[in-house]
Design a protein around this ligand. Structure first.
Ligand code: NOJ
Length: 716
């Protein structure tokens, strides 16, 4: 290969959108002929990808096939709930299945490589991108990262129905200062290792073939030039050797960060730090060869990166058959297939979280003959798909209103009340109130327009936007039984809504089958089982607020001076991590331990009886948390270490079992090594992080280093 051809393999360019779908401009086709392009971004669809592949393999000198990459984040054309919503299911098997289905559709459309899963743990709901991740907890994030990688890649990336997964973004992008997207990140080494790195490790341990650095910096070094974290941690310490693809123009942005004064310097720093592929900035393709010619960049570093890209193509089977992925017949067969739509409906049902349900307003009973549906999002078939909706289309999706109107036996009266969620025009509210007065029950569909979350969609206030709260107040003042359905991509501060509306169902952005799934839950055909993967504060000013915080020297005691509280609001969240109600009730027996004391070589077994004490079948997500009572580094008040979804018929009791190993009790010690220390530990088991029963045991022996690289590589 010539130096120019090598650089070509490292260059990735975007397709552009035309009326008929993605297309590649003429000049870029010439580049493909000249061997100057290794992969495309957002070029998808069987016909479009095959056309470009044909040019690459038949008209370029070396005939090296192209890779087609796309952000298949929560579905390709059949859109599943946003990842934060799906995380509410606490169900890794579901995440594996939706990723698998997304890969089946994407590969039929010629896609080889997805920029997912997003593994950015985040404690920052102002940040719009929390919708793409799994929330605030390292354990839950790790389990779902692993499941999603397994789903995308299947047993082998060589199969023509699997895509190469990208663990993104490496690392800490979810902690931008003040919640402003792309802003500086400044986190301690301890927090980085204990909180932010475990999901990365889990994704790579599950075999993710690719990693994308974040737009952020860590400790003064932008991630696209972070030699110590990319070459040092990922490649040397963790022995991972996949493809590192830059984020969009992020190599060029090293100049804006202020660590490079020329394109060439930016390119050299990125390549030397271990970034193999340049997405969009064009620096590797246009400029980097001069670095080698001038002796400023070693050819070995270039060769290493090229080898990784070629190996990815080899492993995908493209040298054997460059056309084995995209297929119009397979597109017809799998895209929006009945089984994918069914899965989308199941996933949406499992991701909904019943935040409150006073007076059993939900489920809607047989007495509801006239139903008022209020709120501009009710008939918004685009918003229900959420951001990063791949090739998803509003015309394939079923809105909440459509689904409710399709039900027999209910007369649905729809009045939006407001022109859109951000509008201050209240002139439609009176009509909404009239409709509600004449109805047996009202459903308020409230939340954020899809464009209010995702990339570059940070908010300073996470209140309900616009005048939606006023609309809700006017509706509930009628006295008609009312439930709110929320469509949104982040935790919201809902204190006022919680005061005014008796029932609230958090539906997130549920995807293509949003409407039917919401209707299933509202009418009780499905009993909600979702749990919050992220804390909902009372007020925006409580952010960052998360369940696994430290105790401090002055633990909060409400209304007690000189403890860690606020003057103007309660210190606790409105809805804690792990919270989620059901239409039935569950009771927990006293947890039992098989031993009161274990050694470093033992496994502790805990059992707890969980009963359905209501009159409907339901699924409870039983959660296990550990707490180290005293340690050489300040412990967190609770850390999730287990979860089980348990289905119970009315009156049924099941014994739920958990195993706790010393590895579950480790932390990074004072010398930054992972250790386990003897002492007393509490095990908390319950229905949410704030509603648990506690038992205590002892670990005997001496402080022991634990040879796991990162905590929480749980394999559930
Ligand atoms: C920018 C985003 O940060 C990244 O997550 C995405 O994969 C790329 N754009 C490509 O769309």
């Amino acid at each position: 290969m010539t130096l120019e051809e090598k650089m070509g393999q490292l260059a990735q360019y975007p397709s552009q959108w035309s009326d008929t779908g993605p297309s590649v401009p003429a000049g870029r086709k010439e580049d493909v002929r000249a061997g100057k392009v290794g992969s495309f971004l957002s070029h998808y669809g069987a016909e479009a990808t095959q056309e470009m592949q044909e040019i690459a393999v038949t008209e370029s000198r070396l005939g090296i096939p192209l890779l087609f990459a796309y952000d298949v984040v929560h579905g390709y054309r059949t859109i599943f709930p946003i990842p934060l919503g799906e995380a509410s299911s606490f169900n890794p098997d579901l995440a594996r299945r939706t990723a698998r289905a997304a890969a089946r559709e994407a590969t039929a459309g010629g896609v080889h490589w997805t920029f997912a899963p997003m593994i950015d743990l985040s404690r920052e709901p102002r940040w719009g991108r929390v919708m793409e991740g799994a929330g605030e907890d390292p354990y839950l994030n790790s389990i779902l990262a692993r499941a999603r990688v397994q789903g995308f890649q299947g047993p082998s990336v060589a199969a023509d129905t699997t895509v190469m997964a990208t663990a993104k973004h490496f690392v800490g992008y979810g902690a931008p200062q003040a919640g402003r997207d792309y802003h500086t990140v400044d986190i301690s080494k301890r927090t980085l290792h204990e909180i932010y790195l475990p999901p990365v490790y889990a994704a790579l341990d599950a075999g993710a073939r690719s990693v994308m650095p974040g737009f952020n910096e860590i400790a003064g070094i932008p991630m696209h030039a972070h030699d110590r974290l990319i070459n040092g941690l990922l490649r040397n310490d963790w022995n991972w050797d996949g493809v590192v693809v830059s984020d969009y123009t992020a190599i060029w942005e090293l100049k804006k960060h202020g660590i490079a004064d020329t394109d060439l310097s930016a390119g050299i720093q990125a390549l030397e730090a271990g970034v193999d592929v340049d997405m969009v900035s064009g620096i590797y393709g246009d400029t980097l060869a001069t670095g080698v010619q001038e002796g400023r960049l070693r050819l070995d570093d270039v060769n290493r990166a090229v080898r990784r890209v070629l190996r990815a193509k080899w492993d995908a089977g493209l040298f054997e058959d460059p056309f084995r992925y995209g297929s119009p017949e397979r597109e017809d067969e799998v895209i929006l297939s009945d089984s994918h739509r069914d899965l989308a409906r199941t996933a949406a049902q499992q991701s909904m979280v019943l935040l409150k349900n006073e007076d059993e307003v939900l489920p809607l009973g047989d007495g509801v003959e006239t139903l008022a549906v209020i709120g501009p999002l009710a008939d918004d078939a685009r918003t229900i798909l959420g951001e990063w909706a791949g090739a998803g289309r509003a015309e394939d999706a079923i809105s909440v209103l459509d689904a409710l109107q399709n039900r027999t036996g209910v007369d649905v009266r729809y009045v939006p009340g407001l022109p859109d969620v951000r509008s201050t025009d209240m002139s439609g509210v009176d009509d909404a109130v009239d409709a509600v007065r004449q109805a047996d029950a009202a459903i308020l569909v409230l939340g954020e327009h899809y464009s209010m979350s995702g990339e570059a969609a940070s908010r300073t206030s996470i209140d309900l936007p616009g005048r939606q709260q006023d609309l809700a107040d006017a509706v509930t003042a009628t006295g008609t039984p009312t439930a709110a359905v929320l469509l949104n991509g982040r935790p919201l501060a809902l204190s006022t809504l919680d005061d005014s509306v008796p029932a609230i169902l958090e539906a997130w952005y549920p995807g293509t089958e949003a409407g039917p799934a919401v209707a299933d839950v509202l009418f009780g055909e499905v009993n909600p089982s979702g749990k919050l993967p992220m804390t909902f504060p009372r007020e925006t000013g409580q952010i960052p607020i998360f369940y696994n915080h430290k105790n401090t020297g002055r633990p909060p005691v409400q209304d007690q001076d000189y403890t860690s509280t606020y003057l103007d609001t309660h210190w606790t969240p409105l809805y804690p991590f792990g919270h989620g109600l059901s239409y039935t009730s569950f009771a927990y027996g006293a947890p039992k331990l098989n031993k009161g004391s274990i050694t470093i070589n033992d496994t502790l077994r805990m059992t707890v009886d969980v009963s359905n004490t209501g009159d409907r079948a339901g699924t409870e997500v039983v959660q296990l948390y550990v707490e180290d009572s005293t340690a050489s580094v300040t412990p967190r008040v609770k850390e999730l270490r287990g979860m089980k979804r348990v289905h119970l018929s009315p009156g049924e009791t099941k014994t739920v079992r958990f195993a706790v190993t010393p590895e579950d009790l480790t932390f990074i010690g004072p010398r930054m090594r992972r250790i386990v220390e003897p002492g007393h530990f509490h095990l908390h088991v319950g229905t949410s992080s704030a509603d648990v029963q506690t038992s205590t045991f002892q670990l005997t022996g001496s402080t022991t280093p634990i040879p796991v690289t990162e905590i929480s590589s749980p394999t559930q």
